[in-house]
Design a protein around this ligand. Structure first.
Ligand SMILES: Nc1nc2c(ncn2[C@@H]2O[C@H](COP(=O)(O)OP(=O)(O)OP(=O)(O)O)[C@@H](O)[C@H]2O)c(=O)[nH]1
Ligand SMILES: [Mg+2]
Length: 399
């Protein structure tokens, strides 16, 4: 086996997306970052002042790196210095020539209720925008009257146009639930909105090589995570099936049955690790082993058996059940192209989808119940795998 294959076969390390957030004090930058990436990044991450006007946030395992700029409410001399520092930071990164080290997107926050878009801020926006990094205006704290906010948005568009800027995207966001007291006994709650729109818009602006990292780091769009994991499952299928490799004329794993069976465990483990990364879920080797045993060894519906025993129909039936649960046109097409003799590919699908569903259940639970303890979390994950397995094998439809 060439080194090339070894490298390609390793599970992926997600590339870190670099986002700069700017805006006046109190506009809601930190609140926005917490809502999108979770408190561990923006608050307890190893934030350290890069310069007087920029705080840097990152996290050991979450592939996002944030520059939070401060000090824009100050007098114009301070603002000018701040602009210079921000420009220097961005420029030094582009000069490094390392694509991964560039600022990939800028979110500029404006309080929707401020109704002010003037003065030093305009100059600042113009300069930041002209650097050429994808730039989005985020109208924050949108709990006020819709009509007023829309009017403000129009004013911003008009002024940008007058400044000669191309159309800058504006996203209206309420990052955190907002409570309004209607009368003494009644409190109305306005739920958060707009976060997913901002995430989706940014996804379209980011270079492809950091998109997976960004998907993993953000916590507002589960559908982005789900789709990314499906892509991963199919990437692993392509590897064993040969599509992926045939382009490079390397190897078709499913043509080498013994090698396949011996290596399928490793493929599946790598796939599981990749899926957990997209869901920001750390998994210890021990829990992974438990899950593999759960899936492969203990169950009377043992899929490995199906793999090793060519006359067993159980295995194929189980894969078909998975496809019945995921009634999305795209899989069905792909599924049809996967003949039953492609046993390793089918096993990857079976295990991949069971694991993906399990991680999704797990993710919901740890979010709702705010579970933090790593041991408790591991138990929850193993339980979800067991539960999903049971459901699949008894052919219950997905809720
Ligand atoms: N309910 C609600 N409150 C918000 C929202 N965004 C900001 N706030 C409130 O506005 C205040 C300022 O928000 P921050 O996120 O700290 O603002 P910031 O831009 O980080 O401010 P600096 O760090 O000083 O530059 C806080 O009290 C937040 O609770 C929101 O979406 N919903
Ligand atoms: Mg802040």
């Amino acid at each position: 086996m060439s080194e090339n294959i070894n490298e390609e076969m390793q599970h992926s390390d997600l590339k870190t997306a670099n986002i700069m957030v700017a805006g006046k004090t109190g506009t809601g930058k930190s609140t926005l970052l917490n809502a999108i990436f979770g408190e561990e990044v923006a608050v307890t991450g190893t934030g350290r002042p890069v310069t007087e006007h920029i705080d840097e946030y990152r996290h050991e395992t979450i592939p996002i790196h944030i520059w939070d700029t401060v000090g824009l409410e100050l007098d114009s001399e301070k603002t000018r210095q701040s602009i210079e520092e921000i420009k220097r930071t961005i420029a030094s990164k582009s000069e490094s020539g390392d694509e991964l080290d560039q600022i990939h997107a800028i979110w500029y926050c404006i309080n929707s209720g401020s109704n002010r878009y003037e003065g030093a801020e305009l100059k600042f926006i113009k300069e930041l925008y002209s650097i050429g990094v994808p730039f989005t205006i985020v109208l924050t704290q949108c709990y006020g009257a819709k009509k007023k906010i829309a009017e403000f948005e129009e004013i911003i568009n008009k002024i940008n146009d007058e400044m000669g800027l191309d159309k800058i995207s504006i996203v209206k966001v309420l990052a955190q639930e907002y409570e309004v007291e209607i009368d003494e006994d009644t409190i109305a709650k306005k739920p958060p909105f707009g976060l997913e729109e901002l995430v989706n818009l940014t996804m379209d602006q980011l270079p492809e090589y950091v998109q997976s990292g960004f998907i993993a780091a953000q916590n507002v769009s589960q559908s982005l995570k789900h789709d990314e994991c499906e892509k991963l499952i199919w990437k692993y299928v392509d590897r064993v099936e040969g599509n992926y490799w045939s382009k490079n004329k390397i190897i078709n794993w499913d043509n080498v049955p013994l090698v396949n069976i011996l290596t399928s465990d490793a493929h599946i483990k790598d796939l599981f690790r990749d899926i957990t990364k997209i869901y920001n879920t750390e998994i210890e080797e021990e829990s992974l082993e438990k899950i593999m045993t759960e899936l492969g060894g203990l169950s009377p519906e043992n899929a490995f058996q199906g793999l090793l025993n060519p006359i067993s129909k159980k295995f194929d039936t189980n894969v078909d059940k998975i496809f019945q649960r995921n009634t999305n046109g795209e899989f069905e097409d792909k599924h049809d192209k996967l003949p039953t003799k492609m046993r390793v590919s089918r096993m990857i699908i079976l295990y991949g989808y069971i694991f993906l569903e399990s991680v999704e259940k797990y993710w919901e639970r740890i979010r709702v119940e705010k579970l933090e303890n790593i041991k408790t979390k591991a138990v929850v994950l193993v339980d979800s795998v067991r539960e999903t397995m049971k459901e699949v094998m008894s052919n219950q439809k997905r809720k």
